[in-house]
Design a protein around this ligand. Structure first.
Ligand SMILES: C[S@@+](CC[C@H](N)C(=O)[O-])C[C@H]1O[C@@H](n2cnc3c(N)ncnc32)[C@H](O)[C@@H]1O
Length: 233
């Protein structure tokens, strides 16, 4: 179906707080860099995860729009992307979507949307790059409706020697990789943010450099029995 519009009222509000630096070169090569992975395993992982998104959906760090064609049951998708270079590509790919999509300029740490305004939040390959994952997860929890779900696909810190190597190379990697941290334990951060994991699969995708392995696929929902982020901050 394609675009409903770029920078709707919510997007404009979020734009005021956006502070993510543009990575023009990264945006220009991103789809080509991922091409083989998309064809061999990443595309099918996206499809399986994103097909579970229902109702009003927020996708954080939507990048060039690689997930857009996989939404089936969403009522509408708010595709938030704070990097102007990525957002320009995202805007060109809206026709991939079969559901209404709006584009917003909003960093995950300060989404700018009202409390409890989405049924699903989707995050693929984003929590490795946000400046403050705990703040981003608190925001995600804030904007999710009760019973809503967080769908995550992400590379995470490994174990043992590999983890220690990832720790050592992260300062350099994040400079060349548009802020990507290969050593984040994102599953633990999601639990710490007050989510219950309905599904958590850790896997080693084929032909992916060891620095950005393993991956996790997570389906989580706000833990209604636990404290909310605002109660503990
Ligand atoms: C590796 S790309 C992933 C793009 C897309 N989600 C995908 O699955 O292909 C990381 C994305 O996170 C975005 N990003 C970086 N910092 C962010 C932040 N603080 N909040 C939201 N998105 C952010 C980048 O602009 C980029 O589009």
């Amino acid at each position: 179906m394609g675009a409903v519009g770029d920078h709707g009222p919510l997007g404009e509000r979020a734009a005021a707080v956006s502070s993510v630096k543009g990575h023009r070169l990264f945006a220009a090569v991103y789809d080509r860099l991922n091409g083989q992975a998309e064809r061999t395993w990443l595309g099918s992982r996206r499809a399986g995860l994103v097909a579970q998104a229902g109702g009003d959906v927020l996708e954080i760090g939507a990048g060039t729009g690689a997930n857009l064609g996989h939404y089936r049951d969403a009522t509408r998708v708010m595709a938030a992307e704070p990097d102007p270079a990525m957002r320009a590509r995202l805007a060109r790919h809206l026709s991939r979507a079969m559901v209404p999509v709006e584009v917003a300029d909003a960093p995950a740490e300060r989404l700018g949307f009202p409390d409890e305004s989405f049924d699903t939040v989707v995050s693929t390959l984003v929590l490795c790059s946000v400046v403050d994952p705990d703040a981003a997860l608190a925001e995600i929890r804030r904007v999710l409706r009760p019973g809503g779900r967080l769908l995550v696909l992400e590379h995470v810190r490994g174990e043992g020697r590999r983890a220690r190597w990832q720790d050592r190379v992260t300062p350099l990697w994040r400079r060349v990789g548009a802020g990507c941290h290969p050593n984040r334990d994102t599953g633990a951060a999601i639990v710490r943010a007050g989510f219950h994991l309905d599904h958590a699969e850790r896997f080693e995708p084929p032909r992916v450099p060891a620095i950005v392995r393993p991956f996790v696929e997570i389906v989580a929902r706000p833990d209604s029995t636990g404290p909310k982020p605002q109660d503990v901050s």
